[in-house]
Design a protein around this ligand. Structure first.
Ligand SMILES: Cc1cc2nc3c(=O)[nH]c(=O)nc-3n(C[C@H](O)[C@H](O)[C@H](O)COP(=O)(O)OP(=O)(O)OC[C@H]3O[C@@H](n4cnc5c(N)ncnc54)[C@H](O)[C@@H]3O)c2cc1C
Ligand code: SF4
Ligand code: SF4
Length: 667
């Protein structure tokens, strides 16, 4: 049990260790009974704090993460539907579940908020998805030692909110503040403040990993396996607890924006600034397309469509030095409100996908010294491939940069979407052949596993052999991709086969493009532009990022994603495909408080409540609607502390917004 005096904890501890009470069962939208042999066997374990999900409607939500995959590929290549999903509330239950899975050789797929874009938390050979996002408590904040001890499923926005009350702040976090601590640890680690605070590994002091044999391994920085946890992608076990280093909240923070006519001048400025005594917290480069798209969204020429460097400065001294530096460089800052707008945009990197609707791209890490050359090559290759790319570079303090290259696609036309996806692999392969490393592997970067840093790869391979000899953790991913055809898929995606194939396509890009053009023409002729209802259009514009899940009061009570905006938009897609849904599924969809918290944080700025009205109308025609039951649920939900917390944070419309990126689109 956590001892406050010893840990020097200040006043508030976010959420108590006790789980919220289960939802009352008198609603018509009660739990569907989970069936199937695996669900039955899990129920027989008698774990009271584990929700076992086996209804097809709810399992469907766990068959993907944020990445969009052409459906036919998903269905032909993988068994992406989990056999069962479990939501454990305690470390001891995680341990019992893993022990069971190991002894019955059931693949286990750990999942946080499912926001990774590479397929890391999507099953490839079925199995048991272990949804750790319900273990979301902040266990202790030590204001003296500057640490926060949290459960693995705690979300960055929640931790930051509690720290702010104590005058503290996170060292670093991803711009997906709605994602989980363990999820980011297992897959990314480069995000906001990476320039001043480095990779996440610099800010983690200790972690607990439940290994497949059910052992809870408490690790600190001295543990030989500690560093293998970062980028482990669910291969070693389930991270259940993390101790983070935190810091005093800076007295001020001020973003700046400077525009340049070419990218080389912009990058040179960033390098010079980085090696000066200014000490910026974050430096990011944005290419002209970003500013054009922002103008388009705002409906006016607020920004010049040039190459921009956004710098975030924390602290008065650093700000003074920055002002001095800019003056001596003979440059001029854009107006502060423009800089603030662009800095706030960091929370909405996927907004532009609505113009496809769809977004594809490539994410790699590379030494800054090869960055200008790589950018030029990427731009040239994109031209040859007929792509209009948007480049973004986040500068890191170890001489590397995280390069993101996105382009808009239409995910509605399966053939052209598949061809566009192939282009993203061609682009990644070029960057990697040029000296970059993949930023995470998941499913889609399996071909580039051998480009990972050798030491990291060896560390992970050795740790895997030691901790998961039965290979139940995230089976069929990272080292060798599996799917419906066993070894065939793995061989095709193996670095030895796929990388030379991609290189050939690149070297013969005129021929590749000629063949692709034939494909696009065929797609246009055969797959007429998809006629989308207004509702399906909104569903296709959804980035499937999951930001709305973390703030939905209905979800916080029932823990069933079907009540959230992401879940409802997936229901829209399912109905459009003609999939069967059950009355229970429909009943769950009506559990909505119209609080608009989802709209406040939505990546794609969708008018979600209008969409819910339309969906509910369709469902009412099919299954009916029980107004009284819905009213009962809303009254119950409004009386819960989870709802009060959302009001306090300003996420319920009418209250001021908190830093989840809920600010409005006005400049
Ligand atoms: C709008 C947006 C902004 C983003 N910004 C950033 C950014 O700034 N920086 C960045 O790096 N990424 C970013 N991402 C990508 C993604 O959000 C991060 O990788 C994220 O932190 C993943 O966390 P998650 O909880 O969603 O994990 P998931 O996507 O659910 O899982 C990711 C991987 O971790 C494994 N995993 C999850 N939980 C556990 C656990 N408890 N134990 C062991 N393994 C586990 C999964 O098996 C999977 O392999 C962004 C994504 C979006 C949609
Ligand atoms: S309106 Fe509120 S209750 Fe309804 S889906 Fe959005 S966040 Fe959830
Ligand atoms: S509705 Fe908005 S916040 Fe929710 S998953 Fe879709 S884009 Fe993300």
């Amino acid at each position: 049990m956590h001892r406050m005096a010893e840990e020097g904890v200040g006043p508030p501890i976010y959420r108590s260790n006790s789980a919220p009470p289960p939802p009352p069962t008198e609603f018509s939208a009660k739990e569907e009974r989970s069936d199937g042999r695996l669900a039955e066997a899990l129920r027989a374990l008698g774990l009271d704090d584990v929700r076992i999900i086996s209804s097809s409607g709810e399992r469907m939500l766990y068959s993907r993460d944020q990445s969009e995959i052409p459906r036919f590929m998903k269905e032909i290549m993988f068994n992406s539907a989990p056999t069962v999903v479990v939501q454990p509330r305690s470390e001891s239950s995680v341990s019992a579940l893993l022990k069971f899975a190991s002894s019955h050789r059931v693949p286990v797929i750990p999942r946080g908020s499912g926001s990774s874009p590479f397929g890391g938390s999507a099953p490839v050979v079925g199995g048991m998805v272990l949804d750790i996002s319900v273990m979301d408590q902040i266990l202790a904040i030590d204001v003296h030692r500057l640490t926060a001890r949290v459960q693995g499923g705690a979300r960055w926005a929640d931790i930051d909110h509690e720290l702010e009350k104590l005058g503290l702040a996170l060292n670093t976090c991803p711009s997906s503040k709605f994602s989980t601590v363990a999820g980011w640890m297992a897959t990314g680690g480069m995000g906001l403040n990476s320039y001043s605070k480095g990779h996440l590994r610099e800010s983690v002091q200790a972690a607990s990993l439940v290994t497949p044999d059910g052992w809870v391994r408490k690790m600190d920085r001295g543990d030989p396996l500690f560093s293998a946890l970062f980028g482990s992608e669910g291969q070693l076990g389930v991270i259940t607890e993390v101790t983070l280093s935190v810091r005093k909240r800076p007295e001020m923070s001020r973003p700046h924006l400077i525009m340049f006519s070419d990218f080389r001048s912009a990058l040179s400025f960033a390098y010079a600034l980085g090696s000066s005594d200014v000490g910026p917290a974050h430096i990011v480069y944005e290419s002209p397309l970003k500013f054009s798209l922002v103008n388009r969204m705002l409906g006016g020429e607020r920004f010049t469509a040039e190459h921009g460097i956004i710098v975030n400065i924390e602290g008065k001294d650093s700000e003074d030095r920055y002002q001095q530096f800019v003056k001596s460089s003979d440059l001029k800052d854009e107006k502060e409100y423009l800089a603030r707008y662009m800095w706030n945009e960091r929370f909405f990197p996927m907004k532009m996908r609505k113009y496809g609707p769809g977004l594809l791209g490539s994410e790699v890490v590379m030494p800054l010294k090869i960055l200008p050359d790589s950018l030029q090559k990427a731009e040239d290759l994109c031209k040859e491939l007929g792509l209009e790319p948007l480049f973004e570079v986040h500068f890191l303090n170890d001489g590397n940069g995280l390069l993101l290259c996105y382009y808009i696609t239409d995910q509605g036309n399966t053939i052209s979407f598949t061809l566009d996806a192939a282009k993203s692999m061609i682009l990644t392969s070029m960057l990697i052949d040029n000296g970059a490393k993949p930023y995470s592997i998941g499913i889609w970067n399996t071909a580039f596993t051998n480009a990972e840093e050798k030491a990291q790869l060896t560390r992970l391979r050795d740790a895997k052999a030691k901790l998961d000899p039965g290979n139940v953790m995230n089976t069929g991913k990272y080292f060798f991709l599996s799917g419906r055809f066993g070894g065939v898929l793995g061989t095709a995606f193996s670095p030895g086969i796929m990388r030379p194939a991609l290189k050939t396509m690149r070297v013969f890009s005129p021929l590749t493009m000629r063949l692709m053009r034939t494909g696009y023409k065929f797609a246009e002729r055969k797959l007429k532009p998809k006629t989308r209802t207004e509702l399906l259009k909104i569903a296709d514009e959804c980035a499937m990022c999951g930001a709305c899940v973390s703030v939905c009061p209905a979800y916080l009570i029932v823990k069933d994603e079907r009540v959230t905006a992401r879940g409802k938009l997936l229901t829209v897609k399912a109905l459009a495909r003609g999939d069967k849904i059950t009355k229970e599924h429909s009943d769950r969809t009506f559990l909505c408080m119209r609080c608009k918290a989802c709209e406040q944080v939505c990546q794609s700025k969708l008018h979600l409540v209008d969409a819910f009205d339309k969906l509910e109308k369709e469902l009412e025609e099919l299954f009916g609607k029980d107004e009284k039951e819905i009213e009962k649920f809303i009254r119950y939900a409004e009386s819960q502390p989870e709802f009060d917390k959302l009001v306090e944070r300003g996420l319920v419309v009418g209250a001021p917004t908190h830093g989840m990126g809920g600010e409005r689109d006005e400049v």
